[in-house]
Design a protein. Structure first.
Length: 392
C-alpha cells in the first residue's frame, strides 16, 4: 500500500509537521493526520508556557458566512448578541438546539461588513444550512481553503515581530490584523486555546510551507517548538477551557436521553444573552434559569499527583458526578479535573472525593483522593491579555 491509498487527509503544513514529528505519534482530527506529540509531551507543553509553541490547527472546521443577512442569521443561531461584534474582532460563541442543549462551541470572526468566519470543533454543515432557511446568506465550507497555525506562549509576539509583523504588540485580545505575505493576505488574530499570550495565523494553503519556514527561522532565538494535541490538552485544562465532545456530549451526537448539557450547566451562562428576543433554545434556557439546572460544571483541585481521568466523584458514599477531563498541570503544580456534578452539589469550596483507578505493570490501584471545588482556573497569567504585549 502506498501513501496514495491512505484515506486520511493531510494539512497544508504536513511536510513540515511530518519532518518535525520525531516519535511518529499520530492521531485523527476530523479526518486529518495530525501529531499527538512531536518529541516529548512535557517539553512541548513547556514550550507553550516558557517560550513559543506552534500548533497546526488547519483541520478546524471553518465556514465563510456572507450576505446581507449574515449578522441576523448568526444572531438567531448563537446565544450571544452578534450585532455587537465589530469588524476585525473575534467572539467566543456557543449554539444550542431548541431544547437549549449545546450543539457546539467555537469562534466567530467578523472579516467585513457582511462577512464572517465560523470556526467549530464539529462539522456543522447541515445545522448551518437548516438554520439559514429564510435568510439571505451564503455559507461556504472553507476548511480546506484556509491553512492555520496557533503560535502560543510568552515569546510568541516577539517571534512574530521578528518575522516582520510590525505593530503586532498593539493587537488587543480577540482583535484581527491583516499583513502582506508573499503577495497574499496573512490574517492574524490574538486568539488561542492555551490560556496564554498567543496568536492564530490564517493563510492560503499555497503559502503554508513558506509561512512555517519563516516562522521557525524567526523563532530560533526564542526557542520555538511545535506541539501536539497531548500538550495542548494539558494547557487548556490548566486554563479552564472546555472541549466539545470531551467535556460535554454535543446534542447532535446524543444517543441516550439526558446525556447532553446546556450552556448554563457547563458554566457558560455568561455567553447567553437573554436580552435577545430570539435565538435557538431561548425558551428552554429561560425555563432552566427559573427552575434550576440538573448539573453544575466544576473545576477540582485533586490531592496527589495521579490524574483523575474518568473518575467518579463522591460525596460521602454517594456518587454525585464524574470527571470529563483531568491532568497534572506543571506550571500551576496542581492536579486539576473538570467534572459534571449533580445539583445541588459542587458549590465553591465544597469537599468531595475522586475515586481514581490507575494501572502500573498490569496492577490496578484504587485511590480515594480528596478534592475541592475551585472558583476558577489554576492558570490565568496577566500576559494573556496585556496590551501592548510584553516582549521577552
Amino acid at each position: 500500500m502506498n501513501e496514495n491509498d491512505v484515506m486520511m487527509l493531510k494539512t497544508p503544513f504536513h511536510s513540515r509537521v511530518e519532518a518535525a514529528c520525531e516519535i511518529n505519534l499520530w492521531g485523527n482530527w476530523m479526518g486529518y493526520t495530525t501529531p499527538d506529540a512531536y518529541f516529548d509531551v512535557e517539553l512541548e507543553y513547556f514550550a507553550v508556557r516558557s517560550t513559543t509553541g506552534v500548533f497546526d490547527l488547519s483541520p478546524m472546521n471553518k465556514y465563510r458566512i456572507s450576505g446581507p443577512d449574515a449578522a441576523h442569521f448568526l444572531d438567531r443561531m448563537m446565544t450571544r448578541n452578534m450585532h455587537k461584534l465589530a469588524i476585525d474582532r473575534v467572539a467566543y460563541v456557543v449554539w444550542c438546539n431548541d431544547a437549549g442543549q449545546l450543539m457546539d462551541d467555537g469562534t466567530v470572526f467578523r472579516l467585513a461588513e457582511n462577512e464572517y468566519r465560523l470556526c467549530s470543533y464539529a462539522k456543522a454543515n447541515d445545522w448551518l444550512y437548516w438554520c439559514s432557511l429564510g435568510f439571505d446568506v451564503t455559507i461556504t465550507d472553507e476548511t480546506a481553503e484556509v491553512a492555520a497555525l496557533a503560535v502560543q506562549g510568552p515569546t510568541s509576539c516577539s517571534t512574530l515581530t521578528a518575522m516582520g509583523l510590525e505593530g503586532l504588540e498593539e493587537l488587543k485580545p480577540f482583535d484581527i490584523r491583516n499583513y502582506r505575505f508573499d503577495g497574499e493576505i496573512l490574517s492574524v488574530s490574538r486568539t488561542g486555546f492555551t490560556g496564554d499570550l498567543g496568536y492564530e495565523l490564517w493563510i492560503t494553503p499555497s503559502k503554508a510551507e513558506d509561512l512555517w519556514d519563516r516562522l521557525f527561522e524567526a523563532g530560533k532565538q526564542f526557542l520555538i517548538k511545535p506541539f501536539g494535541s497531548h500538550a495542548l490538552d494539558i494547557a487548556r485544562i490548566e486554563t479552564g477551557f472546555v472541549q466539545a465532545g470531551v467535556d460535554f456530549v454535543m446534542a447532535q451526537d446524543l444517543i441516550r436521553p439526558g446525556r447532553s448539557r446546556s450552556p448554563l450547566e457547563m458554566g457558560l451562562g455568561w455567553l447567553v444573552d437573554f436580552e435577545k428576543t430570539h435565538f435557538n433554545g431561548r425558551r428552554a434556557l429561560l425555563k432552566e434559569r427559573e427552575t434550576g439546572s440538573r448539573y453544575r460544571f466544576v473545576i477540582l483541585d485533586v490531592d496527589g499527583n495521579k490524574p483523575a481521568d474518568h473518575s467518579f466523584i463522591l460525596k460521602g458514599d454517594k456518587q454525585v458526578g464524574n470527571v470529563t477531563s483531568a491532568a497534572w498541570c506543571p506550571t500551576a503544580k496542581s492536579n486539576v479535573a473538570f467534572a459534571q456534578i449533580e445539583m445541588p452539589y459542587g458549590e465553591f469550596g465544597e469537599e468531595l472525593t475522586a475515586e481514581i483507578y490507575y494501572e502500573r505493570e498490569l496492577h490496578w490501584t484504587r485511590v480515594l483522593a480528596p478534592c475541592r471545588v475551585l472558583d476558577g482556573p489554576v492558570f490565568n497569567p496577566g500576559r494573556r491579555r496585556q496590551t501592548p504585549a510584553v516582549a521577552f
